[in-house]
Design a protein around this ligand. Structure first.
Ligand code: SF4
Length: 400
């Protein structure tokens, strides 16, 4: 198991309490993006294509604490951007631990050796190092050589200092099942506490649009990988077996986007970690005012290929609670990697994509400039290219 027993028990208790209270929608993991600034520019990343004024924004310590107090999730996953660029990060982690939360700090590890002594090992705190495969796969994914080596050094360092360390691995359509399985074997040898794996989401603003997986390819890829590791039992995945079972095409879940509510410098992101279709000022507003039925596979074009853990892990956990015998069978036997796949959700009636990115950027820039100059007389300037220089799907607001 990739999750310590105490953590699994506490999360289990939380879930049972939510079920008994009859709550229809509840959060499992707060996805916190306290900044978008990063020290890498990965090909498949759709999170950092903003003007400098937005990249320079940070959620304060108080805003980060308010986010968890508002939503009450038992787990916080801190991503970004690169969280280690945030000066208040050690205090933010301490603040969450003091509230009894499990904290996952995601990092590309480039700054880990420099910053590690600002943190203390704790059973409820895990470093989650970004590693998208072996050296060739990862360095290609992050568009920079030498990053894999630094990440592996950082894993060894963190383990030597007594930290819990996992990796988060995003796979694209050029992933080879045998190579990926061998990579998981190597990671296990390093003594990792967990492996979080997911297919990449096809971010509309990612520089590389050619290598995202579609649903069929995702299922085939995961069957190929899991077949080489006793149906997934060979590796310490942090995700539920039922989520892996879904990735292998044995279930056709609807997503549960409210399971991983996302707080960024824009506010609470609607509807999920992957899509920024709107923003709410409070968690309550996010839960009450989001038109949830407008999103998800079969409902919305941008969701068609999504099988990402932030959308579907909570669906898998819900299935596990509803059908414990089935879940036990998958846990004992491992994920089935052959035979017929579950009938997937039809896409015939999905609504077309809305392109709303520039409108949100424009609103945020006006807000920043109003706060800075006391007036909104500074109108943002619109250009036709994205912040990374690539043509965007819609006009991009320029940094000044
Ligand atoms: S399928 Fe769900 S989790 Fe995935 S992008 Fe759509 S709303 Fe978000």
């Amino acid at each position: 198991m990739g999750i310590p027993l105490r953590q699994a028990a506490r999360i289990g208790t939380y879930l049972v309490r939510q079920k008994l209270s009859g709550r229809k929608r509840y959060p499992l993991v707060l996805m916190l993006e306290p900044l978008f600034r990063c020290n890498l520019a990965c090909a498949g990343c759709g999170k950092i294509d903003y003007p400098n004024e937005i990249l320079n924004q940070r959620l304060s310590y108080d805003e980060c604490m308010e986010a968890i107090d508002e939503c009450g999730a038992p787990v916080v996953s801190i991503a970004g951007g690169e969280p280690l660029l945030h000066k208040e990060m050690p205090e933010i982690v301490k603040g969450y631990l003091a509230r009894g939360k499990f904290v996952i700090l995601c990092t590309n590890a480039l700054l880990l050796a420099k910053k590690i002594d600002d943190y203390t090992p704790n059973e409820a705190f895990t470093w989650s190092i970004h590693l998208d495969g072996n050296e060739a796969m990862h360095d290609k994914s992050v568009c920079q050589t030498g990053v894999y080596e630094k990440a592996v050094e950082a894993i060894r360092l963190a383990k030597s200092k007594g930290f819990q360390v996992s990796i988060n691995c995003t796979l694209f359509n050029d992933a080879d099942p045998a190579q990926t399985a061998a990579f998981f074997d190597e990671m296990k040898e390093l003594g990792l506490n967990g492996i979080t794996v997911s297919p990449g989401y096809a971010y509309e603003r990612a520089p590389d649009q050619q290598h995202f997986l579609n649903r069929t390819k995702t299922k085939e890829l995961f069957r190929g990988i899991l077949a080489r590791g006793r149906g997934g039992k060979a590796w310490p995945f942090t995700q539920s077996r039922m989520f892996l079972n879904f990735l292998a095409g044995n279930e056709a879940y609807k997503c549960t986007p409210w399971g991983n509510p996302t707080r960024t410098v824009f506010g609470w992101q609607k509807p999920c970690y992957l899509l920024g279709e709107g923003y709410a000022k409070t968690f309550r507003e996010l839960m009450d005012d989001t038109e949830w039925d407008k999103y998800g596979v079969g409902h919305y074009e941008k969701c068609a290929d999504c099988m990402v853990h932030s959308g579907f892990e909570a669906s898998a956990v819900d299935d596990m609670i509803r059908h414990p015998i089935k879940a036990l069978g998958v846990a004992i036997r491992g994920v089935r990697t052959d035979g017929a796949m579950a009938q997937d959700i039809p896409l015939d009636n999905q609504r077309p994509a809305d392109f709303v990115f520039s409108r949100h950027v424009e609103t945020k820039l006006a807000e920043i400039r109003t706060a800075k100059h006391g007036s909104n007389s500074h109108k943002p300037r619109i250009t036709r290219t994205g912040g990374t220089g690539k043509p965007g799907p819609e006009p991009m607001v320029a940094a000044e």
